[in-house]
Ligand binder design. Structure first.
Ligand code: ADP
Length: 499
């Protein structure tokens, strides 16, 4: 009677277990299955009435494609008390022959150390594996790193990928002590992190704010992260473990910085544009006034003027007309660049002829104090370029040099680059005012002028830079205040094979 009660109690217990339980007799035949095992094996509960049955009527245990059940039972019969199934073990039920991954354990019931029954507990882990797979796939595709903090051991446990991502060695069992972790945080962010931890450790409170902070990478650089955590509490609401994630936000920070830079640039360009418009009326008016004024004087008092005065006024009209023309050309070029309609025609062009043409043109307007000369090597060089645009760049350099040089020389020319034989170096050197070091980067920006009171629009060099870029070259300046400047351009050059 007592034994019957115990069996009933024992059957009841087996039927509510969430794991499958299969009981074997010593010979290895199945003598009982609990409810979960029946469900997993797709068999009707009435099967319990026709037991015992050989195992292969009900299921197989497959690992690396082999049925391992008989080997396990053999080991147990030989004395092993428990046996855990190896990873990647599958159960195959024999009704529909479907297979599913399981985790499981064998145990034994002995009487006076004599083996009586063999118990097999197993769990179908399809759902667990699916979720694990989904989570791993999601984590691998993002820069989110889960972690947990064991409060009693003051120890962080982090994901493998976290150490890999930061390029630092993983601590023992992927753990870091609080001290090690704090040492990795940027000194300016430590307080914010400590505050967030204090709030979280106090428990009984939800804390769903994200905390941005920087961590030192293995190569010594800083990377921005965003941390978020929650806690697992005991029954009294006191946390015993913090769990959270770290998300790398460096990419967003970089984009944010680029946008801030771009906004600053746009604001600066806007400011310069406004200054340009204000300046423009003055720039156009000055030469126009001179042209109109001197033409009026010549027209109204032609006979009263001496030959010398007339020649002087005509020269002034010509200088101012030329200036006005250049101004308008610059504005037209700028608008072409803005609308991306600037056109280039590449042909083979002799640098020697180009420089000699420029020298002739400059000689016409040469002033006696400055020696304006082309310094040319014996060898002529042919490059494939847009000769008109290249001439525009060199003339712009020379015109600037003239504006800022009172005595000395302006020398210009070309040379094959001594270091890179596949590029040619074109230069304009003067002994003028020079440009302060701190302004040298900006002089290629639109509307930039070192001295806003000097004549000019601040457009010439930025136009030159764009042209040179279209010619696949680079533009440079070297300058020293009081000594002079050297503007140069390097352009690609392919020496023709000699016949
Ligand atoms: P601008 O029409 O005002 O000359 P640029 O873009 O050609 O415009 O030049 C920008 C500024 O660079 C000039 O205003 C001047 O301050 C400086 N600069 C250019 N070339 C020289 C030079 N050869 N010597 C000294 N300063 C120069």
């Amino acid at each position: 009677m007592e034994e019957n009660k115990q069996t009933l109690y024992y059957d009841e217990l087996l039927s509510i277990l969430p794991d499958g339980v299969i009981i074997f007799d010593v010979s290895g035949e199945v003598i009982q299955l609990n409810r979960q095992a029946l469900t997993e094996l797709h068999v009707h509960p009435s099967v319990n009435e026709i037991l015992p049955l050989p195992t292969n009527h009900l299921f197989k245990l497959l690992n690396k494609k082999e049925d391992i059940l008989s080997t396990i039972l053999q080991k147990i019969r030989q004395g092993e008390k428990t046996y855990s199934l190896p990873e990647h073990t599958f159960m195959q039920e024999q009704v529909d022959c479907t297979q599913f991954p399981i985790r499981g354990e064998f145990a034994t019931i002995r009487e006076k150390s004599k083996l009586k029954k063999i118990l097999f507990f197993f769990r179908n882990i399809t759902v667990e594996l699916t979720q694990e797979y989904i989570l791993n796939t999601a984590l691998q595709r993002t820069r989110i790193y889960p972690w947990y903090y064991d409060i009693s051991r003051s120890e962080f446990t982090l994901d493998d990928r976290y150490f890999e991502h930061l390029g630092i060695p993983a601590g023992e069992n992927n753990t870091l002590t609080m001290e090690e972790y704090v040492n990795m945080i940027h000194p300016d962010d430590r307080q914010t992190m400590t505050d967030a931890f204090v709030v979280q450790l106090s428990g009984n409170t939800t804390f769903d704010k994200t905390v941005p902070f920087r961590l030192r990478r293995g190569d010594g650089t800083w990377e921005w992260f965003e941390g978020q955590s929650t806690y697992i509490a005991n029954i009294s609401g006191h946390p015993y473990r913090l769990v959270g994630i770290c998300l790398s936000i460096q990419e967003y920070k970089d984009i944010e910085n680029t946008l801030i830079e771009a906004r600053k640039k746009a604001e600066e360009s806007d400011r310069l544009k406004m200054a340009f418009l204000a300046n423009m009326s003055h720039e156009i008016r000055t030469p126009l006034n001179a042209i109109v004024g001197f033409s009026d004087v010549i027209g109204s008092s032609y006979d009263e003027l001496s030959e010398e005065e007339r020649a002087d006024f005509v020269r002034l009209i010509s200088v101012n007309s030329e200036h006005l023309l250049r101004l308008i050309d610059d504005i037209l070029d700028l608008s072409k660049i803005e609308s991306d309609t600037i056109k280039f025609t590449f042909t083979d062009c002799s640098l020697k002829s180009l420089m000699m043409d420029i020298e002739k043109e400059q000689a016409v307007k040469s002033t006696s104090e400055i020696d304006i000369r082309a310094i040319l090597p014996d060898e002529d060089i042919y490059i494939n370029t847009d000769a008109t645009r290249l001439k525009q760049v060199v003339c712009n350099f020379i015109n600037n040099a003239r504006k800022f040089t009172e005595k000395g020389y302006i020398h210009f020319g070309y040379a094959v680059d001594s270091i890179r034989a596949d590029s040619v170096h074109i230069f304009v050197e003067d002994t003028g005012l020079g440009i302060p070091q701190e302004c040298q980067k900006e002089i290629f920006d639109r509307f930039y002028k070192v001295d806003i009171f000097k004549q000019g629009t601040g457009l010439g060099l930025s136009i030159c830079k764009t042209i040179v870029e279209h010619l696949q070259g680079e533009i440079f300046v070297e300058s020293e205040v009081g000594k002079g400047s050297c503007f140069s351009v390097t352009l690609p050059f392919k020496r023709q094979a000699e016949d």
